[in-house]
Design a protein. Structure first.
Length: 108
């Protein structure tokens, strides 16, 4: 489910929220849309993850809180970069063979 929410008063684009979608294309679309919005808003690199965290809703938000809590319990630093956050999201919500399946689709 993607819900559209305004990011800030100066924002001209809508920023979707992400709440664990089974449709993989929607996850990739959310990541791309969020990346574009982060660039448009000129959000500094050290704040991008916090902005993106506000866009996680429902199970995705609970999952992310769990990831950060687990890191804290293991005496690791919380994830503080958008790039790392995307890696974790894709690792969790994209099937392991997703890229291979795209390659096969392209070949057919």
């Amino acid at each position: 489910m993607i819900a559209v929410v305004r990011a800030s008063p100066k924002s001209k684009a809508d920023v979707p929220t992400y709440s664990v979608i089974l449709n993989l294309e929607e996850l990739l679309s959310w990541v791309n849309t969020t990346e574009n919005q982060l660039d448009y808003e000129e959000i500094p690199p050290d704040k991008k993850d916090k902005f993106a965290m506000t866009r996680l809703k429902g199970n995705a938000s609970l999952w992310w809180d769990g990831v950060q809590s687990k890191r804290k319990n293991n005496n690791k630093q919380p994830i503080k970069s958008w790039a790392e956050m995307v890696v974790k999201l894709k690792g969790k919500f994209l099937p392991k063979d997703y890229q291979l399946s795209l390659y096969r689709k392209m070949q057919n």
